[in-house]
Design a protein around this ligand. Structure first.
Ligand code: SF4
Ligand code: FE
Length: 491
């Protein structure tokens, strides 16, 4: 099958019977829901750009499984060049959407599960790798979006999965049958869950023998019987429900999406199982998936950062201060921080290596350094953006005020006239353009889009401490001590 167009992707979602709940109610037409649709548009961009001759070389690639032309979001990386192209593609998508475009979690799970299942089969003679290859071939040939689901609710974090008072705190097998397994549990803040055709579930931590029933990985369709999602709300999200508020929304076209995904006795046929009790491999899949997703942030957040820097520069221009040396210097600092993140994304890719299964894995230490920097630099970038923009980005009246014809002035001026008079930009720039850039920055720095640019930079792909643990493990302090001993002449 050929690659899907953006429109075909959106239409394909309508055919699913995905169960979505929001504000305590079932949402029937979630595809056109004003709070959900921007996140669908965002994923649709991963399809649209693949159709665009200008970007086709970056967005598409030959499948290592079939030789067919596929979207890079469904690809198994075959070289360090592939790994770098992944990061370049994510930067491009970030620039085009200024949002989280969600499809990367699937790509990262494909590559992690592909290499891990190979090594499980090698040890146990299981057939998970074959299962996975068949599944991925179907995904590639149908150009599907898949959610990579990792983060369990975790309950009492001092306890392992098997020690939890409620066993559902981690996804687990509740029944083993001849033809498959039945699973229960949930995954929290799942990026792009509702917009995906399928899900791949993976364990979220290393496990011991007692946790066998929780050491499970599998694929299932998003509208599987027993599965449903509860939509996660975002700051200022209900602005999207207001009439005449496209400017106030900030980024009316695109957005991210997170949901709680619940598995209530979902049956998984044998052919979609990728791990089932081989607990010592839980840690491997976590480490690999997290590594890929920490690399990802050196692309997506950089692309979004490009838009934030551009918006700050426009705000300065509209305010007539773009020539001030302090403003120029802040833009230089923002660029420096943003490009440092890109350096990390490219570096961990360039230092990648071939796994036993044949696909390429990033350098784990550098990917963790990448994500650790992402937990900091976007915060400084938005601080500088807010500094440049000025307080107006959070104090300006609503779009309804700017459009209002209610008379307030002694000479018959309307609320709209007054707003347009006092919020006028420099000559040659419309007040509306100034409104747009201020609201866009508000959205990016502390509105709905801040989920994707700020807090996701902190906690997405693992919170800062998770990277510090990996940095400690990979940092080779013993080797460094030896360097010091050798140079200092210590026996
Ligand atoms: Fe992709 Fe970035 Fe969103 Fe993760 S946070 S899904 S890497 S856009
Ligand atoms: Fe993320």
């Amino acid at each position: 099958m050929a690659l899907m167009t953006a429109q075909e992707y959106i239409e394909s979602l309508r055919k699913l019977k995905t169960r979505v709940y929001m504000f305590g109610e079932k949402i029937e037409n979630w595809v056109d829901h004003p709070m959900i649709r921007p996140s669908i548009n965002c994923v649709a961009m991963t399809y649209a750009l693949a159709q665009d001759p200008q970007y086709a070389e970056l967005m598409t690639v030959k499948s290592s499984l079939t030789g067919h032309t596929i979207n890079r979001f469904t690809h198994l990386h075959q070289s360090t060049e592939d790994l770098m192209n992944k990061v370049r593609m994510q930067r491009l998508l970030g620039q085009k959407t200024a949002s989280c475009f969600q499809r990367c979690v699937g790509m990262d799970s494909f590559n992690a599960v592909f290499s891990t299942t190979f090594e499980v089969d090698e040890k146990y003679g299981t057939h998970y790798h074959e299962n996975f290859k068949n599944f991925l071939t179907m995904v590639q040939d149908n150009d599907l979006t898949v959610d990579g689901a990792m983060t369990d609710p975790k309950g009492d974090r001092s306890k392992s999965p098997s020690q939890q008072a409620d066993p559902d705190m981690y996804v687990h097998v509740v029944e083993r049958r001849e033809d498959g397994i039945v699973v229960c549990g949930a995954k929290c803040h799942q990026t792009g869950s509702i917009n995906s055709h399928w899900h791949i579930f993976m364990p979220t931590i290393s496990m011991g023998e007692a946790d066998k029933d929780w050491a499970v990985s599998f694929a299932c369709p998003t509208d599987a019987e027993g599965m449903y999602m509860i939509y996660g709300r975002q700051s200022c999200d209900t602005r999207k429900l207001e009439e005449d508020a496209s400017i106030d929304v900030g980024n009316a076209k695109f957005g991210g999406q997170e949901a709680l995904v619940v598995l209530d006795h979902v049956f998984i046929p044998n052919e979609y199982i990728f791990l089932n009790g081989e607990y010592e491999f839980a840690g491997m899949v976590v480490e690999r998936f997290a590594g890929y997703h920490r690399q990802s942030y050196g692309g997506c957040k950089v692309g979004v950062g490009d838009v934030v820097i551009g918006a700050a520069a426009l705000a300065a221009e509209y305010n007539g201060v773009e020539k001030a040396s302090a403003v120029k210097d802040k833009l230089i600092e923002m660029t420096h921080l943003n490009e440092t993140l890109f350096c990390c994304g490219i570096a961990c890719s360039a230092q990648g290596f071939k796994t036993k299964a044949g696909n390429y894995q990033i350098d784990l230490l550098l990917a963790n350094v990448c994500k650790q920097n992402v937990t900091r630099f976007p915060y400084e970038i938005v601080r500088l953006a807010e500094d440049i923009a000025g307080g107006l980005m959070v104090t300006m009246p609503s779009q309804k005020d700017f459009n209002s014809d209610t008379v307030v002035g002694r000479n018959g001026e309307t609320i709209g006239d007054i707003c347009n008079k006092f919020f006028a930009a420099r000559e040659g720039v419309s007040t509306e353009d100034r409104q747009r850039i201020m609201r866009f920055l508000e959205n990016m720095c502390l509105g709905a889009a801040a989920v994707g640019y700020r807090t996701e930079s902190m906690h997405g792909a693992g919170s800062p401490q998770a990277q510090r643990i990996m940095i400690a493990r990979q940092g080779n302090i013993q080797g460094k001590k030896q360097f010091a001993k050798d140079v200092a002449g210590i026996q």
